[in-house]
Design a binder for this molecule. Structure first.
Ligand SMILES: [Zn+2]
Ligand SMILES: [Zn+2]
Length: 186
């Protein structure tokens, strides 16, 4: 099926138009190409910026509506993101868990990576190097140093990076909820 764009007057495939409720056959009247050009217009950009600023609740509502209408797409996007950003995801999960436990604070992936660097990528309790974890454990999940909360979250320790040290899975497990004092030097 073809359609004539009301702007450039060219005959185009319907797939070259955005679907849009309320328009004839639910297809927007101008083609994607023309629409893109229109959006790039400076005046239009300014207008959008203003609109976004003045309508936060509308945007929130639209976003919510879109999320509710596209659960599969969201799941797919999240899966993709997790796969492409495993470390970011792991920090995100930990922040989320800590928040759920009522802990104060959060930290970023960069802060965690800097922290590992600060300790030369070694477990602060037994000194094992992160690279050696690959040889020690078959399970891929244990190939990275884990975040150990110096004062456990259960003892109202915070989730700020200042309360976190790198530890191997074995030491982190052994320590569990105890406050450990044995810390090797950097
Ligand atoms: Zn056009
Ligand atoms: Zn260790």
């Amino acid at each position: 099926m073809n359609k004539i764009c009301s702007k450039c007057k060219k005959k185009k495939k319907v797939t070259d138009f955005r679907s849009c409720k309320g328009y004839k056959n639910d297809i927007y009247s101008i083609c994607k190409e023309c629409e893109y050009e229109y959006q790039q217009n400076d005046e239009r950009k300014e207008y959008r910026k203003r609109w976004v600023k003045n309508n936060p609740s509308k945007i929130k509502k639209n976003h919510k509506k879109w999320r509710e209408g596209n659960p599969e797409k969201i799941r797919e996007n999240e899966r993709k993101w997790r796969k492409e950003n495993p470390e970011k995801n792991s920090v995100k999960c930990k922040n989320y868990k800590a928040r759920k436990k009522g802990a104060e604070g959060s930290h970023t992936l960069k802060e965690w990576l800097d922290k590992k660097k600060e300790y030369n990528h070694r477990c602060v309790y037994c000194g094992i190097h992160e690279d050696a974890l690959k040889k020690k454990y078959k399970d891929k999940r244990w190939h990275k140093l884990t975040e150990d909360h110096v004062i456990p979250l259960s003892k109202s320790g915070s989730n700020y990076i200042s309360n976190i040290l790198p530890a191997c899975i074995s030491c982190n497990d052994k320590k569990s909820n105890k406050i450990c004092q044995k810390i090797i030097l950097k």
